[in-house]
Structures are given as structure tokens and as C-alpha cells.
Design a protein around this ligand. Sequence first.
Ligand code: HEM
Length: 152
Amino acid sequence: MKFIKNPSVFISVLGAYVAAILYPWVTGFMFLATLNFFILLIGFTYRQKDQRKHALLMTLGIVSDLAIVLTLQVQRNAVATAIAFKLSALNQAHIFCSTSATVLYFPMIYLGYQLIQKKSGPQTKTLHRKLGYATLILRGLGFFLMFSMLKL
Ligand code: HEM
């Protein structure tokens, strides 16, 4: 039970478990979005102990999330559907949270690379930390609300 004390290992095991349970029920996009969310959570656990691992995992999760958003936009014109307000309140909430997190990804990457290159002052770290918590909360809410999109 030692692994439970290590947050990154614990989240990896939990992520694999959640992905295995969801696999038969969810679409490919939802499955990938689930994996991305767990990659972001694992990366988050490294924010203090290993900056390089933190940066690598966060960038991977963000780029993969952006690829989903771009694909959905091209294939299904997702923004137009959202703006038309044809969806339920929970679906709209999912789109609101996920879009806000996606917008925040850009300053997060910019601030993160400023920190890596040590080009910045203490304000950059404070801003990265505050925006980081907001981004992760929005991404987490978007993740749970995503299941309202399932047509069972
Ligand atoms: C949604 C994405 C991200 C979130 C939620 C996030 C969150 C955080 C948080 C909360 C901290 C503060 C840790 C502390 O309290 O000491 C931090 C530190 C840091 N982050 Fe991120 N981060 C994200 C993306 C990135 C990216 C993309 C990079 C680089 C490419 C990056 C590079 C760093 C670095 C270098 C630090 C350490 C700063 C220092 O200790 O001086 N982060 N991150």
C-alpha cells in the first residue's frame, strides 16, 4: 500500500482504472479527454518536486486537449452548436468550463516557459500558480460535466 502515499503513482493507477471502466461506454474523444485529464493531474503533482516533469506532462496534456478541441471544431462545428443554445444546461456548463480552461491554457504555457527559462520575477510564479488553480478547477468541472454529453 506504499503507492497510495505517492500521489503521482496513485493518480496513475486511478486514471488507468477509470479509463478501463469508461472504455466500453464513452466515445473516443471522451476517452482521450479522460486520459488527458489524468496526465494533467499527474503533471500537477510534480509542480514542486520536478519542474521538468511538471512542464513536460502539462504541455502534453494541454496539446492533446487542444487537438481534441480543434478536431471537434472542424468535424462538428462545436462552437456554433454551443452558441445556438440548443443544448441542456449541463451541456452548456460543460462547454463553458472546458472553453474557459482551453483559453487559460495559452497564458499557462507562456508563463510556464518564462519560469523554465528563468526570465521572470516572483510575480510570474504567483500568476502562474493562481491561474493554474483556476485552470485545473475549470478543467476538472469540464471533465465531470462531460458525462452529461453521453447519450445512454
Ligand atoms: C494547466 C496547466 C498548469 C497548471 C495547472 C500549473 C500549475 C502550477 C502551480 C500551481 C505551480 C506552483 C507550484 C508552487 O506552489 O511552488 C507551478 C509551478 C511551475 N510550473 Fe506550472 N502549471 C501548468 C502548466 C505549466 C507549463 C505548461 C509549464 C512549462 C512549460 C509549467 C512550468 C512550471 C514551473 C517551471 C514551475 C515552478 C516555478 C518555480 O518553482 O519557480 N507549468 N505550476
